[in-house]
Write a protein that binds this ligand. Structure first.
Ligand SMILES: Nc1ncnc2c1ncn2[C@@H]1O[C@H](COP(=O)(O)OP(=O)(O)OP(=O)(O)O)[C@@H](O)[C@H]1O
Length: 835
């Protein structure tokens, strides 16, 4: 009988005479539900249980019933039936909700002190109590509380945006542990409970309400008239499932969990706990009475002394609120005193990221001067999957505190968009506490805070590189003999820490260069690229500069889809031959990056696929002029051949070694790569493609035998059809090799096949054989014709036709006549069989 689950668990616990708390934990006069074991008689318990049952019956008759939103119901169903072994998460989630509710009331109290109320109500804390008799665990906070409408809306009728995402993840075997990250943490309580009551009191409503549900698709809400007044806040009564009660109806377990998961909760968390203490009690009373009588020699004073001596020590169980957490915020401590493990734990606790992955780096600092603040910034171990999906909508994830009071975690003014991947906490003494959020957002100090945070964030990223041995290795190698650099191609290169950062966040740094002109140089130092000399490794711009050839003034780069393709690009032939290092920019964002990164440490960036690339010719001026002159006729002729191909000019090139021709674009137009990117975008405007698509320039290699031969042919007969075909084909091949997408691949293919034909001595007009399919088509056509003839001749012998005719006799014969071909088709199969 004692184990009947009671919704009426708020029995007045007789706490008895308890000692003053040893710590400075405030004593709560009003007990928080539950029944301290051993302090109530069985008869009382039985009576209270009976009351509870009748109260619950009454409640269920009068309460307002609701159905959970379908998705929430499905979620609860999964949770309550889950065999998931790590059920501990529920406590972390409920404490986190309590802490959020306390943050909210503390924030409101900044502008209106009265919201806190008086006495115990004004204390911002969390109490956890266990009723072992009834297996009820109670978590009580003095937070903002919920009105009746809040209870209905927040705990049931409106699915949070994360509900379906979480359901999806769980159905795919994902970890239930991550529930908090999807904003549906409350429901994790059903991992351990089959019945939950939430009693809540909000300042806006003088009544308090009970929400209750057995996770059976329904919940009920009713005004609470049964329980002790709450003052303000929320009490969650968790009726533990049998299997869960074995584990969680233990103070030791609760103590361990709170310590583990809620170490960084900013409010005191108390557990109603018993402890064995030594108490001195007078020794046996009779003996005492005897001894108390003074004999003749003893003075009254001596008797008193003896009385004291006749005390005995016994063990006594005492119940009291035990403070479980140390609420000194980590960011207020001296960075030197915080261990790396503590930073890791802190990161996981405030981000609710429960994976074992440690943050990549952190920066803990105090800013002093006009604007004072303390901050801890973290680089997460991986980029969030939706980091760029909602780049301009996503809010920053820094938590802003003002003088230790939590203000907001959606304050966009603290970091620029590109750094919104950082997590952390900022606590400022320079911001005013008692102003509205809107006024705070415009406060001048925010600008200074933002500026300093950006600097520190970029320093923190640079430090990862500075401390990375892989990066150091690169720097040392950069001083080695240039010729050895090509041997760096080593597939077994281990990724260093900075390479890992780069893998996750390279786009962020590039976006920074595009968006943050103020920190342009700092950000440029953080860039890494593959290059023609870096093998599998990445190099920085500083490393590039160190390795520049004497007299080299430009940083050469090329953009494209893939490093392997770029390495073989004919556009780089002479640059590579002459020992220049080329950066390979293969991320689509690099096209935008290079528009904003024109110079580094006085060296201009030069795109090797552009018309303005200057490579000094090996020949003297006179010889160069002579070569150009000798190709004048060919280049003019070629330009005419390519009329209608968006070709601005045909030029003699000195960037080519072994390739006959390439196509480059004008300096300010799009590169071939950019054109490809723009064309692949769904919303690209054809008009823009027209005017931004760079003018193309065909560059020909004057030393190449194909080009030389073409020159001869054209000189003899400029109307030679084979020369025209060759010119067109060379141009299209050059387009492909230079990274362009052909507008008419069919045309190109036809030309290639005609070349192949001539190579294989196949006549140009040789015809393709008729294949079996074509033969079948022919047979089918003949059959169809035959069907028609047979059907027309023998229609009286055809059973199907006759049947149809019989039916038709009843109808309009003229209609049947007009439908003749169709009926014939329907009778074709048997006819074909006969044939
Ligand atoms: N102790 C509480 N006091 C006041 N409101 C609460 C309390 N617990 C829950 N709520 C309300 O119920 C809502 C739903 O809680 P739930 O835990 O499912 O999601 P969340 O708190 O928004 O996100 P998370 O899962 O990250 O904690 C909360 O947003 C809050 O408005």
């Amino acid at each position: 009988f004692l184990h009947i689950q009671s919704p009426h668990a708020r029995v007045n616990a007789e706490d008895g005479e308890v000692e003053k708390p040893e710590d400075d934990a405030p004593r709560i006069e009003e007990p928080v539900g539950g029944l301290p074991a051993g302090l109530t008689t069985d008869a009382e318990v039985v009576q209270r249980e009976a009351e509870a049952i009748s109260a619950r019956h009454l409640r269920s008759q009068n309460s307002q019933k609701f159905e959970f939103q379908a998705e929430v119901s499905r979620l609860m169903d999964i949770i309550i039936n889950s065999l998931y072994s790590n059920k501990d998460v529920f406590l972390r989630e409920l404490i986190s909700n309590a802490s959020d509710a306390l943050d909210k009331i503390r924030f409101l109290s900044l502008t209106d002190k009265t919201v806190l109320g008086e006495g115990n109500d004004a204390k911002l804390d969390i109490h956890i109590k266990l009723d072992k008799v009834n297996n009820i665990l109670t978590i009580r906070d003095r937070g903002v509380g919920m009105t009746k409408e809040d209870l209905i809306k927040n705990l049931g009728t409106i699915a949070k945006s994360g509900t379906s995402a979480f359901l999806e993840q769980v159905q795919q075997g994902g970890d239930l542990n991550l529930i908090g990250q999807f904003g549906v943490g409350f429901y994790s309580v059903y991992l351990v409970a089959d019945y939950v009551e939430v009693i809540s009191k909000h300042n806006d409503n003088k009544h308090r309400y009970i929400w209750e549900s057995k996770a059976d698709g329904k919940f009920a809400v009713i005004e609470d008239t049964e329980n002790e007044p709450l003052g303000r806040g929320t009490e969650i009564r968790i009726h533990l499932k049998k299997d869960a009660s074995e584990l969680y109806a233990e103070e030791t377990k609760l103590r361990e969990l709170v310590k583990k998961y809620s170490e960084f909760i900013d409010f005191p968390i108390y557990l109603w706990a018993s402890k064995e203490v030594d108490v001195e009690v007078p020794a046996d009373e009779e003996e005492q009475a005897q001894d108390d009588r003074p004999n003749d020699e003893e003075t009254a004073e001596e008797v008193d002394d003896m009385r004291e001596k006749k005390l005995m020590t016994i063990k006594e169980t005492q119940w009291d609120w035990e403070l479980l957490n140390d609420v000194k915020a980590l960011w207020l401590r001296n960075a030197k005193d915080v261990t790396p493990e503590e930073y890791d734990k802190f990161y996981h606790s405030f981000t609710k990221d429960l994976s074992a992955d440690k943050p990549m780096a952190w920066a803990h600092f105090n800013a002093e001067g006009d604007v004072e603040f303390k901050a801890v910034l973290f680089i997460p171990p991986t980029a969030a999957p939706d980091l760029f999906e909602n780049y301009y909508i996503n809010k920053a994830t820094l938590k802003l505190y003002v003088r230790r009071v939590f203000i907001s975690d959606t304050f966009d003014e603290l970091l620029p968009k590109y750094l919104s991947f950082l997590k952390g906490i900022v606590d400022s003494d320079s911001l005013p506490l008692n102003v509205s959020r809107e006024m705070l957002q415009q406060h001048a100090s925010l600008k200074t805070i933002k500026k300093k945070l950006v600097r520190k964030a970029l320093d923190m990223i640079r430090h990862i590189a500075d401390e990375d041995p892989d990066e150091k290795l690169e720097a040392e190698e950069s001083n080695e003999d240039e010729d050895n650099l090509d041997e760096d191609v080593d597939s077994g290169v281990k990724k260093g820490k900075y390479a890992k950062f780069w893998e996750q966040f390279s786009k962020v740094i590039k976006l920074g260069i595009i968006e943050d002109a103020m920190n342009h140089d700092r950000l440029a130092k953080l860039l890494r690229f593959h290059s023609s000399k870096s093998g599998d490794k990445l190099i920085s711009l500083d490393q590039y500069i160190v390795r520049m050839k004497p007299g080299q003034k430009q940083i050469y780069y090329i953009t494209g889809q893939d490093k392997k393709q770029l390495e073989k690009s004919p556009l780089l032939e002479n640059l590579l031959k002459r020992g220049y290092e080329i950066l390979f920019l293969t991320d689509p964002i690099d096209e935008y990056l290079t528009q904003n990164l024109t110079e580094y440490e006085g060296n201009k960036f030069q795109n090797a696929s552009k018309d303005d690339l200057k490579i000094r010719s090996k020949y003297d001026q006179a010889r160069t002029k002579e070569i150009k002159e000798s190709y004048k006729e060919l280049t003019k002729w070629w330009k005419d051949i390519l009329a209608g191909e968006n070709v601005e000019s045909v030029k003699v090139s000195n960037r080519l070694a072994n390739t006959p021709a390439v196509v480059v674009t004008s300096k300010y137009g799009w590169s071939a790569n950019m054109e490809r990117i723009m064309k692949s975008q769904t919303l690209s405007e054809p008009a823009k493609l027209g005017y931004m698509g760079g003018k193309r320039i065909l560059e020909i290699n004057p030393r190449h035998p194909i080009i030389k031969e073409l020159r001869e042919k054209v000189a003899i007969d400029s109307e030679d059809e084979s020369a025209k075909e060759a010119a067109q084909l060379i141009f299209e091949t050059a387009l492909l090799e230079s990274g362009f997408v052909l507008e008419d691949p069919k045309d190109f293919a036809t030309r290639i096949y005609s070349v192949i034909k001539s190579n294989l001595n196949v006549r140009p007009d040789a015809e393709v054989d008729v294949d079996d399919d074509d033969m079948e088509d022919e047979v089918e056509k003949e059959e169809a014709d035959m069907d028609f003839e047979i059907a027309s001749e023998d229609k009286n012998d055809n059973p199907q036709f006759n049947l149809h005719e019989e039916t038709m006799e009843l109808g309009d014969m003229q209609d049947a006549q007009s439908e003749l071909p169709m009926h014939l088709t329907s009778s074709r199969e048997p006819l074909k069989d006969e044939l």
